[in-house]
Ligand binder design. Structure first.
Ligand SMILES: CCCCCCCC(=O)SCCNC(=O)CCNC(=O)[C@H](O)C(C)(C)COP(=O)(O)OP(=O)(O)OC[C@H]1O[C@@H](n2cnc3c(N)ncnc32)[C@H](O)[C@@H]1OP(=O)(O)O
Length: 260
């Protein structure tokens, strides 16, 4: 009990130091936890979500970044990774390296653990919880992917290699796995652009099946923002762009008034 109190105090101190948003501390309402008799205030829940999902610097511990190449990546996956990664940094005439138009987004199996204050909160909140797309231990068996963001063009592109555990129709990727990667990429895009947001609507048209083990591109474009609503469209294409596999539109609702 004492240790838990210590975790909460340390986490809250770190969180306060992060100075996320003044709006977070408004709206103190009590919400009952659905699975037990633990009580949170709504502002506390919002704070936890903000810490979890906000795109900000990580703690000094070295988490495994799942968006970096591993031995399961095919040559096509590596080629596309390099294609976008090289555009994350450009060389000036003087030979200095500066940031390019694209940014590679790191990816962890539990975001909460590596956010400020999160290492303590993660011991209290469903400690075994892991991000759905990053919870298969065997490299190459599930979702292998990396997301790059182009802030200027308001787009993201994900290079995605579907492993053998994602089978739906024989030899092809399960529709739910395709929906998952679309939700993850567009959700990451919405969150990077506007701060913590949740999927309110996802509409998908499956145009042609994706062969298992193949590498595809998931393109996400921010169409418009209306108040807290973020509208995103998405296409999944073959790696050379010649074949359309899936089209989707997504609506995300920003959780806070403050933008990042
Ligand atoms: C790092 C990895 C990233 C992974 C990203 C993964 C993202 C996810 O999968 S999230 C999980 C799935 N989503 C959920 O569980 C969300 C469940 N729904 C909710 O919690 C709530 O309905 C939520 C937060 C979306 C919206 O609730 P709330 O904040 O009360 O907003 P609310 O006031 O109802 O609506 C705000 C506006 O959005 C509109 N809206 C809300 N939902 C919808 C909808 N489904 N369709 C159309 N419009 C909608 C409302 O009409 C309203 O519009 P206006 O401002 O014009 O009147």
């Amino acid at each position: 009990m004492l240790r838990h109190r210590l975790y909460i105090t340390r986490a809250l101190c770190q969180f306060m130091a992060c100075k996320l948003s003044t709006g977070l501390f408004r709206n103190i309402l009590k919400t009952k936890h659905p699975t037990g008799d633990m009580w949170y205030t709504r502002s506390c829940l919002q704070s936890i979500l903000a810490v979890t999902m906000a795109p900000r610097p990580f703690s000094s511990s070295q988490p495994r970044d799942y968006s970096l190449p591993n031995t399961s990546w095919s040559s096509e996956m590596l080629r596309l990774y390099e294609h976008y990664n090289i555009m994350c940094e450009v060389e000036t005439e003087r030979g200095d390296k500066i940031k390019g138009q694209w940014t590679r987004l790191p990816s962890y199996n539990r975001f909460l653990k590596y956010a400020p204050g999160g290492q303590y909160l993660s011991k209290l909140l469903l400690a075994k919880a892991r991000l759905f797309t990053r919870n298969i231990e065997e490299q190459g068996a599930g979702f292998e992917y990396v997301v790059f963001e182009n802030k200027q063009e308001k787009t993201c592109v994900c290079v995605f290699q579907a492993g053998h555990l994602l089978e739906g129709p024989p030899g092809h990727v399960h529709g739910g796995a395709i929906a998952t990667i679309i939700d993850s990429v567009t959700g990451t895009h919405a969150t990077c652009h506007s701060g913590p947001a949740m999927t309110a609507n996802l509409t998908i048209n499956y145009r042609s099946p994706i062969p298992l083990g193949s590498v595809v591109l998931v393109h996400s474009s921010l169409d418009k923002i209306e108040g807290r609503k973020i509208f995103i469209s998405c296409q999944v294409t073959s790696s050379d762009g010649s074949k359309l596999h899936t089209e989707a539109t997504a609506l995300f609702i920003r959780l806070f008034e403050t933008t990042y």
